[in-house]
Design a protein around this ligand. Sequence first.
Ligand code: SF4
Ligand code: SF4
Length: 437
Amino acid sequence: MSIAETTPAVGTSGSAFHTADRPRWEDYSRCIHCGLCLEACPTFRLLGEEMDSPRGRIYQIAQADAGRLPLAGAFETHIGRCLDCRACQTACPSGVEYGKILERARAELAAQREVRGPRAWLANYVFRRLLPDPRAMARQARLLRWYQRGGPRAVARATGVLRLLGLAQAESLAPEVEGEFFRAEMGRTFPAVGPRRARVAFLAGCVQRVAFAGMNRATIRVLQAAGCEVVIPAAQTCCGALHVHAGRREEARELARTNIQAFAGFDAVVTNSAGCGSALKEYGDLLAGDAAAEEFAGRVRDATELLAALGLPAGMLRPLPWKVTYQDPCHLAHGQRIRSAPRQLMAAIPELELVEMERADSCCGSAGIYNVVQPEIAGRLLDEKMATVRATRAGTIVTANPGCMLQLRAGIRRSGAADRVMHVMELLDAALGSAEQ
Ligand code: SF4
Ligand code: SF4
């Protein structure tokens, strides 16, 4: 029996959902309870609980909408344990757009949950002040850089104080802050190499500006080599992906409106972050009924997607005799259905050997801030991932999302399963011979 047959439509009096962002009956009622998504779900595989499966979570959401389940206790636990990795969307024969349903359930939880004290203060600071403000991000990054490069980190790790404070996991996942932030590039235009084939705008990202500046520069060089004129609009802001994950949709809408204006008039809006790209492509859903948001979303391209379509000029790539394995970022493989583009680009590099790992499209446990808020499950997923990496005997893990890179680097530190993690753009940049020294 389907949810559509058992659950009254939206508007049922007594529904536990109260906001305009409530999960929609027309979305969740498409689930026919077939269970074909269960084996694809990392949390079901690990925990073996129906309520930690996609089908179980959709059932709980339907029950809450029917007023039969409160938005607390078990509901909050099982919705909180979901990675939002969307592997279930790929597996689902009924076309259930699970990500939309989950994110709306989280918006309801965020709207109804009373969080006070230091946790609420910290969350408000991160989402409202830090992520959208590059100056605040740079200030905090400089502080972190001092901690990482000076003596404090060595002392904190040696004395075990981080474990005592319960901060060891978060500290190990913090990005290594780079020497030179991605700041001088803001507002600049980088010309195409050879005839111009496209005029694109590049999303610099909020964390990427301080922790992946080199990767951003590599992406620009590769885009230029492919004939793109690359503009970095100075007025852009955070994409809002983490806000949507956390159910903070109103704040995400404000960011989306800023970006829609900042990126107007370009052939494409390009990102090297699968998580950001997925959020940008969903602006049409976030700002439902807004034609500019739909138009914007239609122009968003992952860097691998754009480059695979344009193609790199023949003979430009020098041989890289490396053995690599590729981790599909969930928000690229499942969120955007992009799997062949990165592989196609890697296949164009002479002498590069790509060895596929088992379950390359299964979540590594990064999932936004999941590895910080659900460290136990995230750690188990990372251990699984590192075992599959080790089996390939590849020295380099290649991926296409900064969050995955942080998680996989943490996995290498604790398992030694490979030597390094690179973004596809960094790999192409190295093959072009233009990588930063
Ligand atoms: S999004 Fe991922 S973790 Fe969540 S239900 Fe779907 S497959 Fe499972
Ligand atoms: S595969 Fe789709 S229809 Fe089947 S249980 Fe999972 S979400 Fe529901």
